[in-house]
Design a protein. Sequence first.
Length: 368
Amino acid sequence: MVEDGRVVRIFENLVKIYSPSYKERFVAGYIKGYVEALGFLAYEDEAGKALGGDAGNVLVTIPGTADGPCILFAAHMDTVEPSGGIEPVIEDGVIKSKGDTILGADDKAGVAAMLELISVLEGKLLRHGPVHLAFTIAEEVGLEGAKHLDLSDVNVDYAYVLDSNGPVGTVVVGAPYQDSFEVEYTGRAAHAGVAPELGINAIVAASKAICCMNIGRIDEDTTSNVGTIEGGRAGNIVPAKVNLLAEARSIDPAKLEKQAHHMIECFKKGADETGAEVNIKRTRPYDGYLHSENDPVVKKVVDTMTKLGLTPRLIKSGGGSDTNVFNAKGISTVNLGMGAEDVHTDDEYVPVQELANMAQLLVELVKI
């Protein structure tokens, strides 16, 4: 069964491997070597080539030992920066980074739990249906690996992504749709001291748009943000070009459409009030999802958590994950808390017990 010490060793090995987005080659190699040493096949797809990365998604299938549901588990191999030279240390039952780096539990805690599951299933002592495991690339830069993952020939009954912060027991039943905006203002350059009246200030146009915009927490389902703004060449030149990136998110697609329309109108207003031109590119990086507590994928994991003595906590998230992509592909999926806290920061940590709890949860989910 689950060996706490083994899953901790797997996790420590994983976080020491440098694997930012598009550079997952060495962690993919570790996973493939681990899986193949246990006698299973690991298949790497062509997603890396399509995305300009050095590795593809890694897929593993564990044949069933009895008639039972087919379950898919997924976790991503890439991490955010700074992630070079991570040195994990354990203090008072908690794993954290010794230096000024992230820990990488997002999402190598999920990866470690999946490898521990494979270790348990290798003994063929459990009765279970088919198990598929997907280790994806480029999640942190727009869920790109999952988008390129072909699951058309996999008939999945339940799917679980192991990529939410919070204790094991957390079940993310809803996550937002997202619209992104690339906006370019074009004004007219002029000498700021000699003839400013001949110029059209693109920064002013962008500023007027932002000032009239509802930004931040719009309601319980909806958020918006202006994330970057770039423009201008010097303090004595009226700036002719400004580019900005913005987004809106909502679990409710109707609310998202309303917020997106509002933002577009503000972008246009900034141009109209200054005489600048504006070009607005709106894209949908991913769709959202929302499951009820009665959906089979939710009921199964809640019942299993309860059996293990864990406390199920159903939440909605403001962030996207591979879960969004799998649901959009028609695979009923929820995101599970993998035990980490303060992810994407130097203070990131994961309790040893949470790693063991996640691995045990996966074993119980597949067990007949």
